[in-house]
Design a protein around this ligand. Sequence first.
Ligand SMILES: NC(=O)C1=CN([C@@H]2O[C@H](COP(=O)(O)OP(=O)(O)OC[C@H]3O[C@@H](n4cnc5c(N)ncnc54)[C@H](OP(=O)(O)O)[C@@H]3O)[C@@H](O)[C@H]2O)[C@@H](O)CC1
Ligand SMILES: [K+]
Length: 206
Amino acid sequence: MHTQPTVLSITQTRAAEQAAVDAGSSFAQLMETAGTAATQALLQRPANLQRVWILCGKGNNGGDGLVMARLLAQAGIHVTVSLVQDTVSTDLAAQNLAALPASVVVQAAALAVLAEYDCIIDAVFGIGFDGELSADLQALLHACSQRPALRVALDIPSGINADSGHIAAHSFQADVCYVFHSFKPAHTMPAVQKYCGEIEVLDIGM
Ligand SMILES: NC(=O)C1=CN([C@@H]2O[C@H](COP(=O)(O)OP(=O)(O)OC[C@H]3O[C@@H](n4cnc5c(N)ncnc54)[C@H](OP(=O)(O)O)[C@@H]3O)[C@@H](O)[C@H]2O)[C@@H](O)CC1
Ligand SMILES: [K+]
């Protein structure tokens, strides 16, 4: 029997996260589990993953990317992280930035070196995104979306509003989207699904 995926709005997702924390988990644990699940799913793919570039936003979607950076580096992969908003704004993202091993290169996003990467991970924005992308981010995400590298989006491709499904100009075009816990309304929309590519829902223990 084909079962429909559970769909939770942004508000419902945040309530489910809070309920998991109230039941004994922690936001840090949820992020660690999200980054771990996405790393394991990525490593299971028959893909060339020698050099991975992770684009991190300043919020917790960026934090998920930083967890992946640590775990992929520990798996022996050459990882470069770019903080595309020049900073991190949440405690969880800051903790995971501080926890990066020395082998992870942290440098400004440089389009000139884009061709060096086998895989690009979009951890810029998740369910916290609303509105349009800045001109700089439009140029960066557009260039990434043109690359033949494996393009991975965490939770939702950056530039897309998880509730309304509004697709900002030059949103990230993924090959695979690792969705945490449950679909958001946007994941059910065919126009958004074209930006997600393959969608895999990952259990993050909530
Ligand atoms: N909480 C948890 O337990 C877990 C959360 N998880 C992960 O966290 C993600 C949600 O994280 P989040 O809430 O920090 O939001 P996120 O998507 O990173 O973006 C927020 C940033 O975007 C910014 N921003 C918004 N619009 C913008 C625009 N147009 N242009 C520019 N900037 C814009 C906004 O800036 P502000 O408007 O506040 O200045 C803010 O700084 C979720 O999708 C999942 O991946 C998992 O780890 C599981 C456990
Ligand atoms: K993303």
